[in-house]
Design a protein around this ligand. Sequence first.
Ligand code: FES
Ligand code: FE
Length: 459
Amino acid sequence: MTTLGNLEQAVSWRSGKISPTIYFDEEVYALEQERIFGATWIPVGHADMVREPSSYITNYIGEVPVIILRDPSGTVRGFVNRCRHRGNKVCLFDRGKAHSFTCSYHGWTYGLDGSLVGVPREHDLYGPDFDRRNWGLEEIPVADFKGLLFASLDKNITPFEQWLGDDTRWWLETFVLGEPVGGLEALPGWHRYQTPGNWKLMAENFIGDNYHVALTHASWLRAAAELREQGSQIPMITSPLPLRTKAPTYEVTAGYGSGCPLGIGAMRLYSDTMFERDLEEAKRLGPDVVEWLRDRQNRLDKALDGINPAPYGFVNGLLFPTLGLMGYISPMIGRHLMVFHPHGVNEHEIWQWTMVEREAPEVVKEIAVQRVYQGQHMAGVIAPDDVENFERVVEAMRAKRTWELPFNFEVHLNDDEDQLPGVPGNVGKEPSEVNQRQFYRFWLELMRREPAAQSQGGA
Ligand code: FES
Ligand code: FE
C-alpha cells in the first residue's frame, strides 16, 4: 500500500511516531500542494512592502508564483503570476512599481486589476470573437492582518480571521506582532536561501524543537558565554541573552481544534530580571531609550491587565503551515518572519524579512537589525547549524530502506498541558514535542479532506 493509502498509520501523532515517508514520498508531496498549499492561507509578505499605490511584490504559494500588489485605489490584491496566453511569468522582479505587466514572450499586457489590456496585433490575429475579458490574470484572495499579508489559492476559503480562530489571533497580534506596543515595521527586502530537506523539517523545527538548541547550536552558546564573561557588548549573542535566564519558559500551543494552529517553542514570562536586563542596555543607549522602554512596558502591562505572570517575549514559533517566527525574547532585538517554500521533497527555500518595533527609537531599530543578522540568518551564527543537519538528514534518508522505521516525537508525550490564567491556548513544559505532534495532527486532518470540504477552512 502506498503512503497515501495509509496516511493515518504513517502519522501516528498521538503516539509520537511519524513515518519518514511523509517527508520523502513524491505522492505525499503532490497531495500537499493541493490540500495544504492549495487550501490554506499562506504568508506572502507585509503591507509595508506594498505601501505605495501601484507597488508590488512577487512570492510563491507552494510552487505557484504570485504577484501581490496595491492597486491605485489602495486595495491589496493578489494574482497568479502566470500569463494566460502560454504560461510565462508576467512579472519578473521581486518588487517594484508598475502600471501594468507585459509578458516577455508575446507581449500580452495586464492592468493592475488583472485585466488583459493589450494584445499585440489583436484585431489582425484573433478576429472579432476574441474577448479579452475572458483572458485576465487569475485573481486570488488576499488578507491583511495587522500588516501581515496572506493569500490563498482557494477562492472559497474561509475568511482569514475566522480561519485563524480566537486563540491564535490573540497570540499573533498581542505577542508576535506587538500590537499593544505600537506594532512592527517591516524592513524592505528579503533574505532568501535554499536549504536541503523537506519543508516540514523546518516547520517542525520552528514550532517547538528547542530540544536541538543545546547540541546543534553549541558553538553559538559557547561563544555567547565566553563573550559575556569578557564583558563584551557584541550584540545578539551577549546582552540581553543568555537563553537560560531565570524567567520561566513555556511552550505555547494555540488554535489546535479551533482554528489555525500556532505554536511558540519558547515563550518567556515577564520577570524583573529580564526587564532589568533590557533596562540596563537602554541606559547605555540614552534617556529617550529608557523612557521608551518604560512606556512600552506600561502599555504592555495595561494590555495584559490581570494576566499575572504575563508573557514577555518569545524565541521561535510557527503559524501553520509555513510562517516561521523568530523573536529572541527582548524588544532590543529585531524579529524576523520567514516563509518556508517547498521545492520538491528534499529542498525548501527560506524567504525571511526583518521586523522592528515601529515606535522604537532609531538607535534601538539599528541594533535590533544587526542582531537579527547575527542570529537565524545565513550570515549569522545560528542558521548554518540547522542547514548542516538537514543536509545530513537528506543524505541518510535517500534510500527507501531507511524509511521503514518511524521518527520519534515522544518528548513529554503524556504530560498534561496547563493553562495560564487569562491567556488563551495551552502552555506546556519546554522543551516539548507537543507542538510538533499537534502540527501533524492538523496536517493529517487537511490531507484527508476531500477537495469539496477543503473550502471550509480551519479545523
Ligand atoms: Fe505571455 Fe505569450 S506567454 S504573451
Ligand atoms: Fe536551530
